[in-house]
Design a protein around this ligand. Structure first.
Ligand SMILES: Cc1ncc(COP(=O)(O)O)c(C=O)c1O
Length: 424
């Protein structure tokens, strides 16, 4: 095994989305370019001229909020997803919140959500005054366990929020059948899955609402915050259009309390351009995922993600599991801290980082065990598969421009590291 590299020309990744221009040195002191978890500057280099021209046009137009750019994007996004309507808003979080508000979900209601997701999935439920009810994931992947969804349905349950996590679609045929047989609403959290499909239909077109994030790291990312809600219910769509503007269907006449959550014209223009490239970028992600699967298949201690049968994923993340050691003595003694839960994964992450390869942990603490949800009184052990995933997951670099050479370096580094640990 080659020595871990400790001397780096950078020490830590910037917060947020700025991962470009990092450099590391290899064990012979030779500079190697570091591999970021994602690289937004490559995408900008590819379509920058198109974006620059369109942005200048918006700046010159003086129409910065609302107007044609937003309407054009909303229509093309609805057409892309396969719904009659798309309503732009300020973020994926707002998209989820507004969808719940449009359904009059609030105090006394329960909404079933996975705990293995980004915090916003549950946070929005609490923002309405309703209570999130957390269910576990399947053993075979990272998505909601549908048997447990069914078991969690109570008289107070009003809706289910399935999350197409990491870009992988939930089995929407089965989920819709469960929801409809109990007269429940379905709000799809599609934040990480723009373009994913289940049974030939795009996610976001199955439920009553599809909620999308255009945060820059998403498959369809803006150059700032943005989000959208898709639906084929015109009456809910028109309510959403005024809920996002202070509950104001007619200027200065407020029907109800709303929020200020608009998608601006600059972001809408950028998103319209990027939407035309999305399928190609998603296909590249798919090819990279296939290549990862081949490269990682025989590395002991690592588990590559399984593909859901019946769907097409869009690989917002390529998330492997690092299984804990069965024998701490195999950790070559010194650096690996052994059997402690999550320690092997954290060790692998640190060793990759030392070689200039960035990886991410989505998510180190499940939502039901977050301090913010202490009052709901969930305990460690309540959702064992979710808790186990939080200790094992590691998301490898994934972006359409990731090169074969970079993937080869990542796989090589993982193969060398795996000699230091042994799957249980
Ligand atoms: C699964 C999931 N839901 C909701 C959100 C919230 O989206 P936004 O950051 O645009 O508010 C995110 C964003 O990371 C997400 O990953």
């Amino acid at each position: 095994m080659s020595q871990p590299i400790t001397a780096l020309s950078w020490s830590s990744l910037a917060e947020g989305t700025g991962f470009a221009s990092l450099e590391s040195i290899d064990c012979r002191g030779k500079p190697v370019s570091a591999i970021p978890p994602l690289d937004l500057t490559s995408q900008y280099r590819e379509i920058g001229a198109e974006i620059d021209a369109a942005v200048l046009q918006v700046l010159g137009s003086g129409q910065y909020i609302g107007g044609k750019a937003v309407q054009t994007f909303e229509q093309s996004f609805a057409d892309y997803i396969g719904t009659s309507e798309a309503i732009g808003c300020n973020s994926g979080t707002d998209a989820l919140y507004l969808a719940l508000r449009a359904l009059d979900i609030g105090a006394g209601d329960e909404v079933i959500v996975p705990s293995f997701s980004f915090f916003a999935t549950a946070e929005v439920v609490s923002m309405t005054g309703a209570t999130p009810v957390f269910v576990d994931i399947d053993a075979s992947g990272f998505l909601l366990n549908l048997d447990q969804v069914e078991a969690a349905i109570a008289p107070q349950t009003k809706a289910i929020i399935p999350v197409h996590l990491f870009g992988q679609p939930v089995d929407m045929q089965r989920l819709m059948a469960i929801a409809r047989s109990h007269s429940l609403y379905v709000i799809e959290d599609c934040a990480q899955a723009t373009g994913a499909e289940w049974a030939g239909k795009k996610v976001g077109s199955w439920g009553d609402f599809g909620c999308f994030s255009f945060f820059p790291t998403k498959n369809l990312g803006a150059c700032g915050d943005g989000g959208a809600i898709t639906t084929s219910h015109p009456e809910w769509a028109s309510r959403l259009r005024y809920l996002r503007e202070h509950g104001m269907p007619v200027r200065y006449y407020h029907e109800e309390l709303g929020v200020n959550s608009r998608l601006d014209a600059l972001q809408a223009t950028i998103l319209s351009i990027k939407l035309r490239h999305l399928d190609r970028w998603n296909q590249k992600r798919g090819a990279i995922a296939q290549q990862y699967a081949q490269l990682l298949t025989s590395i002991p201690g690592l588990v590559a993600p399984e593909l859901p049968v019946g769907g097409v994923g869009v690989w917002n993340q390529y998330t492997i599991r690092v299984k804990p050691c069965s024998d701490p003595q195999r950790c070559l003694g010194q650096t690996c801290p052994g059997m402690e839960l999550g320690a092997c994964r954290d060790w692998v992450k640190a060793q990759l980082q030392a070689q200039g390869i960035s990886s991410m942990i989505y998510y180190p603490v499940p939502i039901h065990l977050q301090k913010a949800y202490q009052s709901l009184d969930y305990q460690v052990g309540d959702l064992p598969l979710t808790e186990q995933a939080s200790q094992e997951v590691l998301s490898l670099p994934m972006f359409p421009e990731l090169s074969a050479e970079q993937q080869g370096r990542i796989a090589q580094a993982l193969a060398e590291l795996s000699q230091a640990f042994q799957a249980a």
